[in-house]
Design a protein. Structure first.
Length: 257
């Protein structure tokens, strides 16, 4: 004699209601591997949405960490300039020390920018190959196998920018103008203090730092600024992302402002 069939219990309140004639997808059998149970379309979209939100949060977090180092550089520069010009007796070395401190902040910010670029690259990969096809209702991703690139990067994260490229980008965006402000202040300092210089030879004499000659100091400054300009425009231009915000909208009337 067969066992009596137990009546069906009440529906699970956490499950969405079913339309008439709709059947629930079959559940995997006990012991079935995850890879043997294919994802449905809704499950895939839901997973991608949550993944996108997580990566966007990481990118926003690292983007917010870029501003403090720039603020430190600006505040340090302002304080050093105020101290150097407060009295003629203060040495111009103060401004060279400001240049050194700003360079250290640039190094910190370039390192943070490399981490930010890791998450930004993933976010842009998802936006270009997942969201854009959905918005355009043309479900063909511009890049084939883009999911494999993202999955591989999740498994073994790698930087997308070198240290030199990151420094060049941050120089181009912010730090080059701080460098030139320090340079202008340094030239003004050695020209007017303690008295206005009468010729270039006198300027060279004032550039001296202890036993270090003025010619050597000038050569180091020119080399430093030449390298900074090259990195800011040559390196940063080669690695500038084509998906960064730039230019003006061709059809501004299509947008509400």
């Amino acid at each position: 004699m067969s066992d009596p069939v137990e009546p069906a219990g009440p529906p699970d309140p956490l499950e969405p209601p079913q339309a008439p004639g709709q059947t629930r997808p079959a559940q995997p059998a006990p012991g079935t591997q995850f890879e043997d149970y294919p994802l449905t379309r809704s499950e895939y979209i839901s997973a991608m949405v949550h993944f996108y939100r997580g990566e966007l949060g990481r990118a926003d977090h690292w983007r917010a960490r870029l501003d403090p180092t720039t603020n430190w550089a600006i505040v340090t520069t302002g304080a050093m300039l105020s101290f150097a010009f407060s009295t003629p007796e203060h040495s111009h070395v103060t401004l060279l020390l400001a240049l050194l401190l700003v360079s250290i902040f640039l190094w910190f910010e370039a390192r943070r920018f490399r981490y930010f670029d890791v998450w930004r690259s993933r976010v842009r990969m998802i936006e270009e190959n997942f969201w854009i096809p959905i918005i355009r209702r043309n479900l063909v991703s511009p890049r084939a196998h883009w999911g494999e690139f993202v999955a591989e990067d999740l498994d073994c994260p790698t930087f997308k920018l070198s240290v030199v490229e990151a420094i060049g980008i941050r120089l181009h965006r912010n730090y080059l103008w701080i460098y030139f402000a320090i340079l202008a202040a340094w030239l003004a300092k050695i020209h007017i203090h303690p008295t206005p210089a009468r010729n270039f030879a006198e300027l060279l004499d004032r550039m001296e730092i202890g036993p270090i000659s003025g010619w050597f100091v000038l050569a180091v400054i020119l080399l430093l600024y030449g390298g900074a300009v090259w990195m800011a425009f040559r390196v940063a231009h080669k690695r500038a992302a084509i998906d960064e915000v730039s230019g003006l909208e061709k059809y501004p009337g299509s947008w509400k402002t």
